[in-house]
Each structure stands twice: as structure tokens, then as C-alpha cells.
Design a protein around this ligand. Structure first.
Ligand SMILES: O=C(O)C(=O)Cc1ccccc1
Length: 281
């Protein structure tokens, strides 16, 4: 059966590019790509079985964790990460007008943040306006001489607009990890295991005890970050990525999880999966 893959649309987003690459890596045969108009609706379309899979950004090299994705993985424990890619992100400034006339810059909040230094140096008086996605921003600047959008160069051809500047991201190595989510967990080939937990006790050394177990098993931790539990001020969920390799394999990870579980109110395993770095030309 053809898989329905939800992604942040409309067409032309970085997420769409990621959805195509990830569906190919997952061997989906002629998938149906379903554009959604916000990260929450992408995840809901999988959670409520409207789609079979969803592609979302989870982490950016400059801006850090994508909170809507992290919160959703905790909220919907039946959703698993199946695959990941790290996509280079190079932004262009796109418009119908001239640089000197631009007074408003539209884009996805991540893109605005990733270009904030460039904007303050080159368009110090322009007002940043957040949109649901980069391609939505490009659609909204069509026909305007004073609005510009930040998005991928490929949007220029689609929309017939002009490139005013490229690249405009503040950090040359700017990249985002996108994940393919579904309701099935796969653990065949993996180089990352991702999970999150909330601790039972809020006392000195509680987190250290959990981290010590990870160290005792010899796992290399490639990410640790916390998000508010949203139940009580000062109560946190800890998100962790571990490197999976020959020495520290999935069987070891399952053992580690058994050790950690008694320390936790809740522990959600997001899955073990392979993450691949993609080079674009
Ligand atoms: O709006 C898009 O094109 C997205 O895919 C979200 C996004 C925006 C900026 C960097 C990475 C992902």
C-alpha cells in the first residue's frame, strides 16, 4: 500500500526535501506526500492515523532542539523515530522588490533566528514576521516591493521571484536533523537511541544517579537537554541521545533502560534508528 507521509508544507519547504530523502531511504514505494500547515498538524496527522508517517525537524545546529517535536514525542509514546537525516540549510533572501526597499522579512521562526545577524547588519529596520513555513513566507511576498522572504533557493524557480542575497544564514555549517516518524519501532540498523524521562525524586544527586548508569554502561551521550514537564514549575523532562555502535548496542541499551526505569516516573523510548548526513550541491 502507498504510504501517506505528512510534512510541513506548502511545497518547497526544507521539510519537503527531507520527506523525499527519508521516504527513499525507507524504501517507501511511490509515497503520497501530504503537506500540513504547522508542525503540530504534521504530528497530529500521524497520531490520529490520518497519515502513516510524518517528517519533522528535531534539532538545529544553531537554534538547538525543536520544542514542538520534542514535546510531541513525549506526549504520544506510540510514535517512534524510524530514520534521521542531517540536512545542510542554506537560506536565500527572496523578493519581487529591491533590497533597499525591504521593510518586512517573512519566514519560519527558525529561519528568521538563523539569519538574525545578517538581518541586523543588512536590513536593520526591517520587521521580522513569523510564518508557518519558509514556502508560506515566499507565497506571501509575491507581488510586494517591500516584503522579502527567507527560504531555500529552490523556491525562487517555483515562484518566479528574485534572489536578493545568498547565503544569508549566520553560521556557514547551519544544518537541521529531520526525522521520519511512524507508529512502528524499528531497531535493525541504528547509530542513535533516543529517549526521555522524568525522575521520581527531586533531590540532590537524582539526575546524577541516572547519568552514572549511562556512564557505567559505557554509552557515549550525544545529546542531553531538558524541557519543562508543564505539570509543575521546576519539574523537567530530560531528553537523551546515545550513540549505538558495536561496543554499545541495542541489547545494552535495553538493559540500561531496565536499570533507569525504577528511577523514573515515566520513561519514553523514542526508538533506535540510523541518522545519515546528507550533502547537497
Ligand atoms: O519552513 C521550512 O521550510 C521548514 O522545513 C522548517 C525549517 C525552517 C528553517 C530551517 C529548518 C527547517
Amino acid at each position: 500500500m502507498r504510504k501517506q507521509v505528512a510534512y510541513l508544507g506548502p511545497k518547497g519547504t526544507y521539510a519537503e526535501k527531507a520527506a523525499h530523502i527519508l521516504s527513499k531511504l525507507a524504501n517507501f514505494q511511490t509515497p503520497i506526500f501530504v503537506p500540513c500547515n504547522g508542525l503540530h498538524s504534521v504530528i497530529k496527522s500521524l497520531a490520529y492515523n490520518i497519515c502513516d508517517a510524518a517528517v519533522v525537524p528535531i534539532e538545529n545546529s544553531v537554534e538547538g532542539g525543536v520544542t514542538a517535536t520534542l514535546d510531541s514525542l513525549w506526549k504520544f509514546p506510540e510514535i517512534f523515530i524510524n530514520k534521521a537525516i542531517v540536512l545542510p540549510i542554506k537560506h536565500a533572501l527572496i523578493s519581487d522588490g529591491e533590497l533597499s526597499n525591504i521593510s518586512e522579512v517573512l519566514s519560519h521562526p527558525q529561519a528568521l533566528a538563523q539569519c538574525s545577524e545578517w538581518l541586523s547588519e543588512n536590513l536593520p529596520n526591517a520587521i521580522p514576521l513569523p510564518t508557518n513555513s519558509t514556502s508560506e513566507a515566499v507565497n506571501m511576498v509575491k507581488g510586494s516591493k517591500f516584503r522579502a522572504a527567507i527560504g531555500s533557493k529552490s523556491l525562487i524557480q517555483i515562484e518566479g521571484l528574485k534572489e536578493l542575497a545568498f547565503p544569508i544564514n549566520d553560521v556557514p555549517g547551519n544544518c537541521t536533523r529531520f526525522v521520519l516518524l511512524s507508529k512502528e519501532s524499528n531497531s535493525n540498523l541504528a547509530n542513535i537511541a533516543s529517549f526521555a524521562f522524568s525522575l521520581i525524586s527531586n533531590k540532590p544527586g537524582a539526575l546524577l544517579k541516572a547519568i552514572n548508569y549511562i556512564a557505567d554502561f559505557g554509552f557515549n551521550m550525544s545529546k542531553i537537554e531538558s524541557r519543562p514537564s508543564k505539570r509543575e514549575l521546576g519539574e523537567y523532562i530530560i531528553y537523551i541521545d546515545l550513540e549505538i555502535n558495536n561496543q554499545n548496542n541495542i541489547a545494552n541499551f535495553l538493559e540500561l533502560k531496565n536499570k533507569l526505569e525504577p528511577l523514573c516516573n515515566n520513561l519514553v523510548d523514542f526508538g533506535s534508528y540510523f541518522s545519515k548526513n546528507i550533502e547537497l550541491n
